[in-house]
Design a protein around this ligand. Structure first.
Ligand SMILES: Cc1ncc(COP(=O)(O)O)c(C=O)c1O
Length: 394
């Protein structure tokens, strides 16, 4: 299968990991050679309830027997999307929240940017250095990474950058600013948490100048950090919340959420300010509803914090400088980029799935399903420590 994968499927890198997948269940991915790989990555934080969670599979099956796609987003009332957005509006802190459902995280970012420009009538967007918001032209414009951006320019104009956690850069937010967009916890940068009320200060500055605060919770959202949404840790509420990844238990999805007053500006003057064919697709919405119900009706979110403690207790080694992050959004920061590469690749040979972060090259990504058991955590950490021991002794 790998030969055909390389021949016919467009590639993102010249050296894909290339596991040949046959099935996946719970915390394991099974490959065609019969091996069971313990998954510490969860489809890069997307499979929050593990692989093929029975409640998700049931919701998809039941919906598939009723109807699939029937109309473009926003024209017909379809119970999966209606029930989902209703439940979500009870769970987010944004007053009178309305949710616009789309197909991916990056598309949700595009929608949020359009909403901010449309609502404020301003153009400038401020993002953070070392942020990642996706790969379409608008989202890519928010990434301060010349090497990745340059070949695709010109991108969006009127984008500037501030330093995450640096209060002195708040002056860049002015009356010209439509929105500041931040990841609540910076992912690609190395799972960096906001310090010293930084987010509160950004929000305050935005309010002073009439700019909106967009928080990208595509990765930390849906329980991964020990709260349903990570902004709850930091005492603020965004004007626009962007979500995706773990939202639909492993199906492609994204959404942006804002108050009715803001959101309604996207459907008028011009009408159809944002449109999509498949946004709110009934299968995906049914899966998102099952995911949200499961996450909010069990103790999974609180358990995330206990599992964080377990990881931090177990992953102690002279080659690990720190285990950074919150809940199950963790990264082991090892002594060098080479060691991180070695750990990730050797873990693969030992049937443990780990991955990289975009900007922090010394990071070993640990973002397992929220449903991972303590025994599975112990088993995976043992593999990591054994690899590190081998490297340390050489
Ligand atoms: C914080 C953040 N924003 C946006 C995105 C883009 O989401 P998607 O890949 O679904 O377009 C990602 C994906 O990794 C992300 O982690």
């Amino acid at each position: 299968m790998n030969k055909d994968f390389l021949t016919y499927q467009a590639q993102t890198t010249p050296h894909p990991l290339g596991l040949e997948v046959s099935s996946a269940k719970g915390s394991y991915i099974y490959t065609t050679d019969g091996k069971a790989h313990l998954d510490f990555v969860a489809g890069v934080s997307a499979c929050s309830l593990g692989h093929s969670h029975p409640k998700i599979v049931k919701a998809i099956k039941e919906q598939s027997e009723k109807y699939l796609h029937v109309m473009v987003y926003g024209e017909y009332a379809q119970s999966p999307a209606v029930n989902y957005t209703k439940l979500l509006s009870e769970k987010v802190d944004i007053p009178n929240a309305k949710t616009y459902l789309v197909n991916s995280g990056t598309e949700a970012i595009e929608g949020a940017l359009k909403l901010a420009r449309r609502y404020t009538g301003r153009q400038e967007i401020i993002a953070a250095h070392r942020a990642y918001h996706g790969n379409t032209m608008g989202s890519l414009s928010l990434m301060d990474f010349e090497e990745r951006k340059k070949p695709f320019e010109p991108l969006l104009p009127e984008i500037s950058f501030l330093n995450f956690n640096d209060e002195t850069s708040l002056d860049t937010i002015t009356k010209k600013t439509a929105a500041v967009i931040l990841e609540t916890i910076q992912g690609g940068a190395g799972f960096i948490q906001p310090k010293d009320d930084f987010l509160k200060k950004v929000k305050q500055r935005c309010e002073e100048v009439g700019a909106l605060l967009i928080l990208d919770e595509i990765q930390p959202g849906f329980g991964r950090t020990g709260k349903l949404f990570a902004y709850e840790h930091f005492g603020i509420i965004p004007d626009i919340l962007v979500i995706g990844k773990g939202m639909a238990g492993g199906l492609p999805v994204g959404a942006f959420v804002a108050s009715e007053k803001l959101m309604d500006s996207l459907s008028d003057n011009p009408k159809m300010g944002h449109i999509t064919t498949f946004g709110g697709n009934p299968l995906i919405a049914a899966s998102a509803l099952a995911t949200l119900e499961e996450i909010t009706s069990t103790s999974l979110i609180e358990e995330t914090l206990e599992k964080e403690k377990l990881f931090k207790t177990l992953l102690v080694h002279p080659l690990i400088e720190e285990v950074r992050g919150k809940g199950l959004m963790l990264a082991a920061i090892v002594s060098s980029e080479e060691i991180a590469n070695q750990v990730i690749l050797e873990a693969k040979d030992n049937e443990l799935i780990l991955f990289w972060l975009l900007f922090e090259k010394r990071a070993v990504r640990i973002t397992p399903p929220l449903t991972i058991s303590k025994e599975e955590i112990e088993k995976g950490c043992k593999i990591i420590l054994a690899i590190l021991d081998k490297i340390y002794k050489n």
